[in-house]
Design a protein around this ligand. Structure first.
Ligand SMILES: [Zn+2]
Ligand SMILES: [Zn+2]
Ligand SMILES: [Zn+2]
Length: 201
């Protein structure tokens, strides 16, 4: 009876060690294990390979990690395939174009140059030829024109579009996460530890 109890008590430790060996084997022999951004966060390092378990390997000196990126996670499918979408503030159409704005320092006019500064001959406000004193003209950003409703706005409305589940998400629905790459530890002590760990089982 005592030996059965002793055996049962040993099981979790053995399972834990087996799990960590399986995780170590999941790391490529050379190079890094990268997350697959097209898969959900729970599966991006491989089936049954959790990021937390890989971090535990790092803590034990068996693996090394490096932050790869900090990027948006889709709230619907949990993948990292979100791209920023710009839309019209007024009608939400994506049919927007950015038009460069310029400042004529001499008269304080702000004007649009949809075809570039070279295409603007004279200042709309003071009528001076702009080529006369090019240093008196400076770029001051863009304005956004909607080709569907004709609206202008200094900023587009921003949203995220997920290429995984093809859904649009409001900016505050999306969360940002650091993602890591992992590899087998290359230091001598870590390799020794890893061999010891395997022998313990
Ligand atoms: Zn619009
Ligand atoms: Zn002017
Ligand atoms: Zn998604």
């Amino acid at each position: 009876m005592q030996s059965i109890l002793k055996h049962l008590c040993r099981v979790p430790a053995v399972m834990k060690a087996e799990l960590s060996n399986a995780l170590f084997d999941a790391l490529p022999k050379t190079g890094w294990l990268y997350p697959d951004l097209t898969l959900s966060a729970a599966q991006m390092y491989g089936q049954g390979v959790r990021a937390d378990d890989l971090h535990a390997l790092v803590e034990r000196g068996l693996a090394e990690s490096k932050v790869l990126c900090r990027c948006a996670r889709c709230p619907a499918c949990q993948t990292h395939q979100c791209s920023i979408w710009e839309r019209c503030m007024r009608c939400e159409s994506a049919n927007l174009t950015a038009i460069p704005l310029f400042h004529h320092i001499l008269c304080a006019a702000i004007f649009e140059a949809p075809n570039g500064l070279a295409a603007v001959e004279r200042c709309e406000k003071c009528d001076q030829p702009l080529a006369d004193e090019p240093a008196m003209v400076e770029p001051v950003g863009d304005t956004y024109r909607c080709r569907d409703c004709g609206g202008h706005s200094p900023e587009p409305k921003l949203a995220f579009y997920c290429f995984g589940c093809q859904k649009v998400h409001a900016f505050d629905e999306v969360t940002f996460h650091r993602l890591w790459k992992f590899r087998r530890a290359t230091t001598h002590s870590a390799l020794t530890d890893s061999v010891r760990q395997k022998n313990d089982v």
